[in-house]
Design a protein around this ligand. Structure first.
Ligand SMILES: Cc1ncc(COP(=O)(O)O)c(C=O)c1O
Length: 393
């Protein structure tokens, strides 16, 4: 049996995998077993911020595994502490907790909020239609995409849905019992949809009036992807809790909950924990990643390359108005909304050595490594243009 057949035999059918066997990666490129080079524009789903085979990340991992791979959170661990110091320094949050993944960070954030609100009689958590916050049951309770929720009921109580960017509906739903509002400032899975400035102002005013927590889900948008460290920085807004994951472990599993002074003393000994969260190897990789992002100005590159890419895509949109509906996003978190399902375009791009991901059926999602160059973007655009010229809808 070949690998594809073995996969079909052994795995639950949760993933529709690409028909492509990868040998290795280098920068923004993946090289297949048969030696073909593919430009990767979704970067391990926003994980590979520095692309593949980054020398500094690799060196940090190699050096840490020779010291210890795992100790447990009974020990003070230098790699964790160094990464924490960097993260707190960059972000201005007061305290953090390391998890293994995004959904675990969100679970922890929900628990942190609950402990904060329990003696204030605040229990209601508001999240928005089209949002994605993870697949464990707590995170799924606030994820508002039906296809991920169907069949998993019952969910956590006191989780309320409101419409993204609808301030009047939100005003009606917030009251003294509101514990938290959770949002992605740019909805990723939902099709790269940005929150409105006015909506953020409404959340800010409501928080002043009702004293609840705002939890920013920066799992996909965070760590420099949008040209700023966090997407919420584009809005001049500060959440109380922020969750990150994806790129922060340099490709290894790592997430974090970050909290401000309001929640800094809520967790006490033993009330939350994890065996693997904050793996020293992942933290060492994360430290190398953050140092690289800062030293090499990759956030600025994300902003510049994102603007360049969007400008060129808008030219294509003008040329192919029957195909391209909208270009959205900030930095290197970009959505191309097509006027039809984009599965076909994704396969055509794959045949032309460009890897993209399709979300929400008709949105091509671009999440390339932050190190991408103009030449690489031009390569992808040339292929995309060729496909648009040839395609029959
Ligand atoms: C915005 C957002 N929140 C949460 C998650 C869940 O993260 P993980 O897959 O690491 O559990 C994701 C993953 O795609 C995400 O994009």
């Amino acid at each position: 049996m070949n690998l594809k057949e073995l996969e079909q035999k052994y795995f639950f059918r949760t993933y529709k995998r690409l028909d492509l066997l990868i040998e290795r990666g280098e920068g923004c490129w993946l090289i297949s077993k048969s030696g073909e080079k593919y430009l990767d524009l979704f970067g391990g789903l926003a994980v590979n911020a520095l692309g593949y085979n980054n020398h500094y990340v690799n060196k940090a991992i190699e050096s840490q595994i020779k010291k210890y791979i795992h100790l447990s959170n009974y020990f003070l661990q230098e790699p964790q502490i160094k990464l924490a110091e960097l993260l707190i320094g960059i972000t201005g949050f007061k305290k953090l907790f390391f998890s293994n993944s995004g959904t675990e960070a969100m679970e922890g954030a929900i628990k942190l909020a609950r402990k904060w609100g329990v003696d204030k009689n605040k229990f209601n958590i508001i999240s928005f239609n089209n949002s994605f916050h993870g697949r464990t049951l707590g995170s799924l309770s606030i994820t508002r995409r039906e296809k991920y929720r169907e069949g998993y009921e019952p969910f956590l109580p006191n989780c309320i849905q409101s419409t993204f960017n609808d301030k009047n509906e939100l005003i009606k739903k917030v009251d003294e019992n509101t514990l938290a509002i959770v949002l992605e400032f740019i909805q990723g899975e939902g099709g790269i949809i940005e929150v409105d400035y006015e909506f953020v102002d409404t959340i800010s005013n409501l928080r002043n009036n009702f004293n609840f927590l705002v939890i920013a889900d920066e799992i996909q948008s965070g760590v420099g992807r949008t040209g700023k460290f966090f997407a919420f920085e584009h809005y001049n807004f500060k959440p109380d809790i922020c969750v990150i994951a994806k790129p922060i472990g340099g490709g290894l599993p790592l997430g974090a909950i970050l909290g401000n002074e309001k929640v800094a003393d809520v967790f006490t000994y033993g009330v939350h924990g994890t065996t693997f969260g904050g793996s020293p190897v992942a933290c060492a990789a994360g430290e190398a990643l953050l140092n690289q992002i800062i030293e090499k100005n990759y956030m600025e590159n994300a902003m510049k390359m994102g603007d360049y890419l969007k400008e060129k895509l808008r030219i294509l949109q003008n040329r192919f108005p029957d195909y391209i509906k909208l270009i959205r996003g900030k930095g290197l978190m970009i959505g191309i909304e097509m006027k039809f399902k984009c599965e076909n375009i994704v396969s055509c791009l794959l045949e032309n050595y460009v890897l993209v991901n399709c979300t929400n059926e008709n949105v091509i999602r671009l999440l390339p490594p932050l190190i991408i160059t103009k030449e690489e973007i031009d390569f992808a655009l040339e292929k995309f243009e060729k496909i648009l010229k040839d395609i029959k809808v």
